[in-house]
Design a protein around this ligand. Structure first.
Ligand code: FE2
Ligand code: FE2
Length: 386
């Protein structure tokens, strides 16, 4: 458990089970998000088998002068070219993953919410390990689906930005995200043997940023929020796992993700500080609504249906997960990256700080937003974020 576990964010009352859209009281933001919420949470579009079509509305911007005037993005592009890796040859796929080997534990039992469930504790050891494997598969499956969203969002921002340096850098992110899909899918398919469908809440978040026509909201939703969260989640998982292939795989992915978060901050920093106040305020409220949507929503209901649906109600399951140490760590991981980044892109004004303060989240505001990725090829052990 991290040193921050006693922060007020962890002790804040859990209001997530009843949280809904409209917390920011901004009707325009509510209208932006109600469509994705209906499609994701009511119509359950993410549960379609095979594939789902999400309509898009952004413009592709051609730049004919090819003027290279964004040195910060040019540096990031050079770093990305130096840091490319090949998932087929740079990872040792011959490593056998065995969830029953104690010296190569996928995750410690105490890291998951399962140890809070009496029915889990009553199971034989071997069966407990199978449950842990399935829950880790659920978590990694959400990473996989998030990577697919990141691939398409990267394509969208690459065509939508108006600086050629941003487009060149974006092209490297597209390759990175394709590789992330490759590694998470291969790991789930070959090593864990189990893949879960996308969580409805994650689907809602992806739908919201894919369908919005404004290029900056795609950066805000994907690079700042989803990838900021992923950067933290990958880091904590890497810290606790003793499975060597997963550790190595995450190290490479984390290095790429740190660049992507930096891309979002660099892209939005100047743009948001120059926006008219009413437009900046709308972005601020949008980010706050998304934060509340994402806050505790990863409740592993597909795992629950399979393993615990016959022994307890969903309400009871949600209570256990929401109040578990696992979920407290999840929130901590999410906000310690997100809040400093919101501050850096001018979306943490005094007006909205009060809302975050009520959720106990301002404790993170002066934290480190992301490692500097303009000089590093692969993050060293001490630099890997948690
Ligand atoms: Fe990724
Ligand atoms: Fe990414």
């Amino acid at each position: 458990m991290s040193a921050h576990d006693n922060t007020s964010a962890h002790n804040a009352p859990d209001r997530s089970a009843n949280s809904a859209l409209g917390r920011s009281r901004n009707p325009r933001v509510f209208l932006d998000l109600v469509g994705p919420a209906v499609r994701g949470l009511v119509l359950n579009r993410g549960r379609h088998s095979g594939s789902t079509k999400i309509p898009t509305h952004n413009d592709a911007q051609f730049v004919w002068d090819y003027e290279r005037n964004r040195t910060d993005l040019a540096k990031l592009y050079e770093a990305a070219k130096r840091s490319q890796w090949n998932a087929t040859t740079d990872l040792d796929w011959s490593i056998e993953v065995d969830p029953h080997r104690p010296d190569r534990e996928l995750v410690p039992e105490t890291w998951l919410p399962l140890c809070d469930i009496p029915q889990f504790r009553a199971l034989p050891r071997h069966e407990q390990e199978n449950h842990r494997l399935a829950l880790v598969s659920w978590i990694l499956s959400q990473f996989l689906h998030g990577e697919q969203g990141a691939l398409y969002a990267a394509c969208q921002v690459t065509e939508a930005v108006s600086w050629i340096d941003g487009k060149l850098y974006g092209s490297t992110q597209v390759v990175d995200e394709g590789r992330h899909i490759e590694v998470f899918h291969r790991y789930l398919d070959e090593k864990l043997g189990k893949i879960y469908r996308i969580d409805d809440n994650l689907y809602t978040v992806l739908d919201a940023l894919m369908t919005d026509g404004r290029w900056d909201l795609k950066f805000l939703g994907m690079q700042i929020m989803v990838e900021g969260l992923a950067l933290g989640a990958f880091g904590t998982l890497r810290q606790v796992t003793r499975e060597p292939l997963l550790r190595e795989l995450l190290k490479y992915v984390i290095t790429d993700e740190a660049r992507h978060v930096t891309f979002g901050v660099v892209a939005l920093r100047d743009y948001y500080s120059g926006l008219p106040e009413h437009e900046r305020r709308e972005r601020e409220d949008w980010a706050y609504e998304m934060t509340v949507l994402m806050r505790n929503r990863f409740l592993a209901h597909e795992f629950y249906d399979e393993y615990y649906g016959h022994v307890m109600s969903k309400r009871r399951w949600d209570q256990i997960v929401l109040n578990s140490a696992f979920m407290r760590r999840f929130r901590h991981t999410m906000f310690r990256r997100l809040i400093p980044n919101l501050r850096r892109i001018s979306l943490l004004s005094d007006r909205v700080r009060r809302h975050y303060d009520r959720l106990g989240l301002l404790v993170y505001e002066n934290g480190q937003a992301a490692p500097d990725m303009t000089t590093t090829q692969v993050l060293e052990e001490g630099d890997l974020p948690a």
